[in-house]
Ligand binder design. Sequence first.
Ligand code: SAH
Length: 282
Amino acid sequence: MTDEKKHRSHGMKSRDLSRSHGRLAVRATRKPRELLSDTPDLVGAWRAKVITLFPDAFPGVLGQSLTGRALQDGKWALELIDLRQFGIGKHKNVDDTPAGGGAGMVLRADVVGAAFDAARPGTPTDPNCWPVIYLSPRGKPFSHDMAKKFSKAVGVTILCGRFEGVDERALEEYNVQEVSLGDFVLTGGEIAAQAVIDATIRLLPDVLGNADSTLDESHSNGLLEHPQYTRPADYKGRTIPEVLSSGHHGRVDKWRKEQAKQLTKTRRSDMWDRYTMKDTKT
Ligand code: SAH
């Protein structure tokens, strides 16, 4: 039995240094250099290295459906780095009280830094090729454009925070970009990490069954998506707009575009303003 299997079957998650998922994924070990030498297969696959106190929360929902299949098929790889292993002392402490006082605990700079060091082997230093991200409510709001940028990178390193957050010095030292899922506060970065990874890998070639399906989705063309319908033809007296059964592609496209514009105008005036500005420029 491999060590990994042993850990899994005994549920020894705290001893498990880190885990990874998918055909091409590898385990990080105490010797991060092994990541390079042991992973010739990883070349080419988009990779996410996630630093977390809760590696068992992964792949989570990313292990399901299209993203799960793509992970199995080696179209992307997930490597988990357990922050706890870099903890200090017998109790592997990762956090301490905030300097200057106040509520809660802060993740230590030296602990987080050691995790970033462990994640570094095999990653390009250019932040466009390999963004290093800390998920944080203070960050730049995550968007379709950001997902597109990340999907064009070789991979990303993502730090999931907990408690009151992370010592600022680790973020400065490792040139970390802060990315926010929205104007609300989560308990930890793990759900946000899964959202960012999901939105990014669906833009990788071949991850979605139909390459066209990302083209006219909400946000990809500056508009919200038109309404969708399927069977039954009559649902509690509500029928499907006639044009959709016309078989006339031109009319269907026109109708959809009109609906998308209407929805965007009424629901998202900010997007609508950007869309109409773009229209007048071109
Ligand atoms: N004290 C911090 C919030 C800490 S919440 C502040 O006020 O800014 C704990 C962790 O959850 C954070 O470190 C971050 O990793 C994650 N998190 C919380 N809200 C988030 C959001 N909107 N987007 C992304 N990550 C978030």
